[in-house]
Design a protein around this ligand. Structure first.
Ligand SMILES: NC(=O)c1ccc[n+]([C@@H]2O[C@H](COP(=O)([O-])OP(=O)(O)OC[C@H]3O[C@@H](n4cnc5c(N)ncnc54)[C@H](OP(=O)(O)O)[C@@H]3O)[C@@H](O)[C@H]2O)c1
Length: 310
């Protein structure tokens, strides 16, 4: 089977396609033919040697990125009863998703309903879990509140817009002007260009700021949060910087790391199946073109999700 790996940290050219044999199957594992793997900023940051992800794998190179996948079960281990060969499955991995075949614990992948396309299922898990946990568990968003979502057209943001709307909040979305129609169509109530400071000044204050950009951008938007309001800052690398700027303003600020929660993935998949949520897949790259996909995610201006096709 073909697998994309890095042998050393560095730029996107470090991603190389290698031929590996698919490992033997343990009793609690399944073998899956990968159809699509989601490409996320964490993949590129870890490849580059940045953040907690790189710390975790620095002594385990070569390493294959890929934290979310969709595929078809090829084979199940002797003790597996929750899946059978032919099932369509999706979910979160601890890495290694950029592989034609995967051997993973059966419990880490969940069924994909017939109504949901392979592509939408592939792009749901990581961004969806982050958006849901950020808005609800960390942000405590309630119906009738105003929520500001930065990077609203991106992987996490475009799902957060829809989920926040579904929770009954008024959604204020930030994106470049080329994304304004897209954001309105997702259900955003108010849309601002984050580069237009005059327009931003007219924004009424919000109860919750879901910060998907972090750093200087995150800090500069804190003045739009109501006195006593809440901030969830998602990029971990700049979380301390945003916390340090928010706390003197009397805001409650939380950093977060999404976790793998089966109930959350089921709830998100149900929303896809019932068309209350959709995943925008803006581009699909062959597995062999993983470097191009990383260069795209590193622009910071991807609309929705990009995928690798196995
Ligand atoms: N802590 C966690 O557990 C966790 C989980 C998931 C993601 N993350 C982090 O969260 C961040 C967002 O992830 P993502 O997957 O949504 O990224 P993404 O898909 O790459 O985000 C791209 C979007 O960012 C927008 N953008 C870029 N600069 C902006 C700015 N200054 N203000 C407002 N929007 C801006 C772009 O909009 P335009 O094209 O309109 O400019 C684009 O639509 C990343 O840093 C990622 O690593 C953390």
């Amino acid at each position: 089977m073909k697998q994309l790996v890095i042998k050393a940290f560095g730029d996107a050219s470090q991603l190389v396609l290698v031929e590996e044999s698919s490992p033997a199957l343990a009793a609690d594992q399944i073998r899956v033919q990968m159809h699509y793997a989601g490409v996320n900023p964490i993949d590129a940051k870890t490849r580059a040697g940045l953040g907690w992800g790189a710390q975790a794998i620095k002594d385990k190179l070569p390493w294959s990125p890929g934290f979310e996948v969709m595929g078809t079960v090829l084979e199940v281990g002797a003790e597996v009863s929750i899946h059978q060969a032919g099932d369509r499955v999706f979910g979160l991995l601890t890495g290694g998703g950029y592989s034609e075949k995967l051997v993973v614990p059966a419990s880490c992948l969940l069924p994909v309903p017939d109504e949901v396309s392979d592509e939408m299922a592939a792009g749901l898990a990581l961004a969806g879990a982050t958006a849901w946990q950020g808005l609800t568990e960390h942000g405590g968003l309630k119906a009738g509140e105003r929520v500001l979502i930065s990077a609203a057209a991106g992987g996490v943001g475009h799902l957060a817009v829809q989920l926040a709307r579904g929770l009954g909040a008024t959604v204020v979305a930030l994106g470049s002007s080329a994304n304004h129609d897209f954001l309105h169509n997702l259900g955003a109530d108010e849309v601002f260009d984050y580069r237009d400071s005059a327009a931003l000044e007219s924004m009424a204050p919000v109860d919750l700021f879901f910060d998907l950009v972090g750093g200087t951008s995150g800090c500069s938007l804190l003045s739009h949060v109501k006195s006593g309001g809440r901030v969830v800052t998602v990029p971990t690398i700049t979380a301390d910087e945003v916390k340090a700027a928010a706390e003197p303003l009397g805001l409650t600020v939380t950093g977060m790391l999404k976790r793998n929660d089966t109930q959350h993935l089921e709830l998100l998949m149900q929303a896809l199946a019932e068309q209350r949520l959709r995943v925008e897949v803006s581009q699909v790259y062959p597995l062999a073109e993983g470097a191009a996909a990383h260069r795209q995610i590193e622009t910071g201006h991807t609309r929705g999700k990009i995928l690798l096709q196995g």
